[in-house]
Design a protein around this ligand. Structure first.
Ligand SMILES: [Zn+2]
Length: 370
């Protein structure tokens, strides 16, 4: 068996790829690959996520068609030994397209055959991505968003033709609404569905390949619900286990003060979430992420780190990036702000090879220039 989906808590195998949580105990499911990464199996002439198709064995070659050209985003040297991975250049403007392409490619046929549609809950980027890939596959999509969803993200979802449901209440309340059974509804929420998270593995493969299979000292990622963090760690772990890389980079989870449950847990501090999240990093909203324990376990096992940044630091990082020509969303600037903070505090050296993942485009921001 090349691949299976198992419960992260009770280890029971999931009998159906449509499931988004363990049918026995309700805990999150994990995709597990029993197949080594081999450089010679890369489809060298394919410049999308699907250059790594061999390592996503659950997607049949003929169904890879649900692609919008996601992945193989540029990795560019920003300054000496500091690289940016430009995930803002994905088809819908964020890294989420990596998960949407694996998820929709795999599930579109069974959902179509059942005459169903996909449902997703999102603060914006994942909803836009899922709506786009559903449109590409000819599937109906229903996207549940917070009532304060950013205008440009809301519009983007609508333009893709999805039905949008605004929900009042916390992030957990929105997920609850999206999961409520309705006729024909297939909930494929990006946070819980293991095949979404699994697509993010491709990001680690790309960073490693684009660096000539060298291991960076640190990789900085903004963290909210944890799909990016868990997916990237899974990819690097796979490369190490397969003997392609000698070791894991130190993965640095970057959070805002308002939304920092992982940072606080890792440092054994008490976290008191705000009543409402008002950070300019509006894609980072998970104050109570269902994947928190998985993130903690992975970060600890791989000797990762976490950094918390303040609103002023995020804004300065956003402006500095824009001032150098990198127009990314404030949530992406959180990772750059965290890198700057560690550099300033002498926690890293100028010689270290660093990769900072710029997760989403600035074109969706609601900030106005002064
Ligand atoms: Zn279970």
């Amino acid at each position: 068996m090349e691949f299976e989906v198992k419960c992260s808590a009770c280890s029971q195998s999931s009998p159906n790829l449509l499931y988004f949580k363990c049918p026995s105990c309700g805990q999150p499911l994990n995709a597990q690959l029993h197949l080594n990464f081999e450089v010679k199996k890369i489809r060298k002439k394919n410049y999308t996520v699907w250059r790594y198709a061999k390592f996503f064995p659950y997607v049949k070659e003929t169904e890879i068609a649900t692609s919008l050209g996601e992945g193989w985003t540029p990795l560019i040297e920003y300054s000496n030994n500091v690289y940016f991975k430009l995930e803002n250049l994905n088809p819908t403007g964020s890294f989420k397209d990596r998960g949407s392409t694996t998820l929709i490619s795999t599930l579109q046929m069974p959902i179509k055959k059942a005459g169903g549609y996909v449902a997703e809950d999102s603060s914006g980027n994942a909803g836009a991505s899922m709506a786009a890939y559903a449109a590409r596959a000819g599937l109906k999509a229903k996207i549940y968003v917070p009532e304060n969803v950013s205008g440009p993200k809301f519009d983007q979802i609508k333009f893709y033709g999805a039905e949008v449901v605004k929900v009042f209440g916390t992030r957990s309340k929105i997920a609850e609404e999206a999961q409520k059974p309705e006729k024909g509804k297939y909930y494929v929420g990006h946070i819980l569905h293991p095949l979404f998270r699994d697509g993010i593995r491709s990001l680690a493969y790309e960073m490693a390949e684009q660096l000539g299979w060298r291991v960076p000292e640190r990789v900085y990622l903004p963290v909210s619900a944890g799909t990016l963090l868990l997916g990237v760690m899974e990819g690097f772990k796979h490369l190490v286990k397969s003997g392609v890389l000698e070791s894991m980079p130190k993965i640095v989870a970057c959070q805002t003060r308002q939304v920092s449950p992982l940072y606080h847990s890792l440092k054994a501090l008490t976290y008191a979430p705000p009543e409402t999240v008002t950070s300019i990093a509006d894609a980072l909203v998970s104050v109570n992420p269902p994947l928190l324990n998985l993130m903690l376990k992975d970060l600890r096992e791989s000797d990762g780190d976490a950094v918390m940044v303040e609103e002023a630091e995020i804004f300065d990082a956003f402006m500095e990036l824009a001032g150098k020509g990198f127009f990314v969303e404030p949530s992406s600037a959180v990772a750059f702000a965290a890198y700057k903070k560690q550099l300033k505090n002498n926690e890293i050296s100028k010689e270290d090879m660093i990769v900072i993942v710029l997760t989403g485009t600035g074109l969706k921001t609601t900030l106005r220039p002064s």
